[in-house]
Design a protein around this ligand. Structure first.
Ligand code: IMP
Ligand code: MG
Length: 231
């Protein structure tokens, strides 16, 4: 059985709270991670991952009632970003790079990633000398594009085409999230933090009509939230 599939709402809530449900319930506590295809290096969040109850964390009062659940808590985002920084250091350490932040959604991930790379550079034999820039067209040498989320991959392909015109020596892409969409363009970033189900997510600088950028955790918005901030 894959935990979470076809469970009634109260059982899903129990699962989110990591608590046992009613006696005949299939929502066994602790078997909450879903079926992971392989125990590899990918942080893969399954389609039936119930997330975490919002009651377990703090978040801005003005979003009370607008969110369904926490998909990825802020602390896990930061920890995972630290590891991506280490991977990037290992691959392209001892280079001068331009970190190219894709605004606006990429700014939190970009800031935290740059901070981790700086810390690692300070405390190890290897270093990366970095200039940080925001997407605009000009020539670049070694580029690390930092993006919040890759969905179909279309946005990133357009951006890559534009930047490739300037013939940089190296282009790498780091995206915090990769979404399993039904229409993927076959694009995969060089580095990514989490592969997530085809859900609309907000928080950690990802927005819904410019709202929720001030939320720390990555959350799934509910119908009430969508209606409230619809334009
Ligand atoms: P793509 O072209 O389908 O890959 O979409 C990528 C862009 O759409 C991202 O840069 C985001 O700005 C936006 N986007 C896609 N999914 C989400 C989401 O779940 N939350 C917030 N923005 C999203
Ligand atoms: Mg974006």
């Amino acid at each position: 059985m894959i935990p979470g599939i076809g469970l009634p709402p109260r059982c899903l809530e129990a699962l989110r709270m990591r608590q046992p449900c009613h006696s005949s319930c299939r929502a066994a506590p602790f078997s909450v991670v879903g079926k992971i295809p392989s125990f590899g290096s990918e942080f893969w969040i399954s389609d039936n991952w119930p997330g975490y109850s919002l009651d377990l964390f703090t978040y801005p009062q003005h979003y009370y009632g607008d969110l369904e659940y926490v998909l990825i808590p802020h602390g896990i985002i930061v920890d995972r970003t630290e590891r991506l920084a280490k991977d990037i250091m290992q691959d392209i350490g001892d280079n001068d790079i331009v970190v190219l932040c894709v605004l606006k959604g990429g700014y939190k991930f970009c800031a935290d990633l740059v901070e981790h790379i700086k810390n690692l550079s300070r405390n190890s034999e290897r270093f990366i000398s970095m200039k940080v820039d925001f997407v605009r067209l000009k020539s670049y040498h070694n580029v690390l594009i930092v993006e919040d989320i890759v969905g179909t991959g279309r946005t990133m392909k357009v951006l890559l085409n534009n930047i490739e015109k300037y013939k940089p020596k190296m282009i790498k892409v780091a995206s915090l999230l990769v979404k399993r969409t039904s229409r993927p363009d076959g694009y995969r970033p060089d580095y990514y933090g989490f592969e997530i189900p085809d859900l609309f997510v907000v928080g950690y600088a990802l927005d819904y009509n410019e709202h929720f950028r001030d939320l720390n955790h990555i959350c799934v918005i509910n119908d009430h939230g969508k209606a409230k901030y619809r334009v």
